[in-house]
Design a protein around this ligand. Sequence first.
Ligand code: GLA
Length: 398
Amino acid sequence: MSPPASRPPVRELFAQRFGRPCAVVARAPGRVNLIGEHTDYNDGFVLPIALGQSTWVAAGPRSDGRMRAWSQSCEIEQTWPLDDWAADRPAPWTGYIAGVATLLRRRGVPLAGCDLAVVSDVPVGGGLSSSAALEVATALALSCVAGATLAPLELADLCRAAEHEFVGVPCGIMDQYASVLARADCALLIDCRARAWEHIPLKLGEYVILVVNSGVRHDLAAGVYAQRQRECRQAADLLRSLQPGVAGLRDVDAATVERHAGRLGTVCAARARHVTSENARTIAAAEALRRNDLETFGRLISASHASLRDDFEVSCVELDRLVEIVGNVPGVLGVRLTGAGFGGCIVALVPRGSVPAVEEAVRRQYDAEGYGPARVLVAHPGAGASIVEGRRVGNFGQ
Ligand code: GLA
């Protein structure tokens, strides 16, 4: 993967495509989660960073109640009635845009139609939140075109609701919050129950955050994601019946899970063990970052992988192999799968000078063994979404 591109010529592409200037350009980044996996929908803690890789949306208003979207990567233009996306059955990627437009209108935003040009360098299907980047950039562009201002959390919640309703993915809040709220050179600690967050400065010194895209995505990913949510709810329900006051797995500690492991059964006990230990690790990781203790941070990252593999069971052969290969490169402080699992990316804390050795090891082992090809990316912790041209230019994370 190449480093993040500087701003692409999205305004020029809009003008070429639609024969008029755009009114607004918005940008929203992808994200990589450092630690706190499968905890967001359990009311827990997550610690993502935004990437430099982003989605840019150029937009110009229409008044005829129609939406028209062109995506550079799909090389396709699609049109549909603003209030009836399903009727014209456009390509699935337009569901993110239609969802956001519909939910904005439901909130009373006076959108009367829009032309949109979409350009992105967030890898699609790699678990780096290309969906959230598209939703957030679209929501910012459409609200700006319609003269509305949404508060950051309203915007993030609306995007997540659009993904639930129009794309059918029951995601937690992490991706949209990270895309909206992130700040450059900081990790974003989110308390997903309180909807509170803290920017923690990243002082990585000689280290870099390395993302390696495994190049695989297993079909069962979506089904297993929903299944894990059900298992976590079941575990929380059982624990609530044994210990009043448990609203979710967030309210339970490791000792409680072990005390009730027999009643929970093997599967629910394992899922609860992951969520409770991952919450503790995420809080400890944030503390380690605050005192700049990268070795502890790295150990927690690696422990997270073991827990995701053994207790939450969302890893796969390819991710385990990548984690093993990268973890064996001298000097690497920690490595784990990141995102929902079953493919996508791993994230590692690597000495800057060892990046070529990691690339070489991945090529000679992972790729040569017939997996992949994997792609290596040095992550530059970037800023959250912003309107880069048009009214109300600005950045939420600042
Ligand atoms: C996906 C979801 C997130 C989160 C992660 C797992 O990326 O979109 O909300 O649940 O999986 O941590």
